[in-house]
Design a protein. Sequence first.
Length: 290
Amino acid sequence: MRIQEQALLVSVTLHYWRNRKLDKRLTAKVNKQTKAKKGTIGVTKDLVDCAEVKQLKTLQGHIRNNIVDHLTVPWGDHGQRLITVELLDRFEDELAQAVLDWDTLLHDLKTSYPIAVANSADLLGTAHNPADYPTTDQIIAKYGIEVKYCHLPDSGDIRVDLPQSKIDKIVNSVDDQVTAGIKESTTRIHKRLTDKLGTLIEKLSGYTVDAKTGKATGNFAPTLVTNLTDLVDILPALNVTGDPALAQATDEIVAQLGALKPEALKTNESYRKDTIAKAKTIASSLEGLY
């Protein structure tokens, strides 16, 4: 099956208010006090202490990291991402839920922002400047989520009135572009997997427990395991080219590392060492894949 029938391109643009402003007066004061070269020091300030503003920032990170970056692969240099048909429904469902949460927070922000502005003088003291604050409507307008889809370039769908020789050059150019894009996307998937394995090996190798005191050196969260297994769950769908080496590594991770227990990794040294050895073997098999 052709890649154009298995995937499409998506771009997700997130707009949000950063709640920060350069204070030129304080910047000039600090530069003068420190005798720093102009332009090397800048004093910025958070304008409001507002729960909804913080939650919207967190949600923005969730959309970017856990939905867009997780379920898609970069394509080209213009912010587009490759999304497979197999993952499209999940992508749209998770994004739709995030948009609902986004809209709810914006609704609440209409009430909380004026209150936060009223409290900002106490927050910033002498650094407070009423002129720094946009209106509520202006703040709401700064937030937005744009999602755009388009199909992959297709050399079989070129319909222009040109000499055949020029059409042939365009066809070759489009085919080369798609081939290069697929190769780069597959390489990025490979790197995502090796990075996750590398982090697992590093964190587990740096974790030790003193036999006498029971005190642990190093630490890791359960997400060390779930980050790997979550990626492995979608690798078959991301591997649109059916790359055999990537497919084999996926199968090996499922078989050997798919049921890892984070707490046992902390308490059982032999289990931890065995996991490190297995992860290293799989990671070694991926070296030089490209």
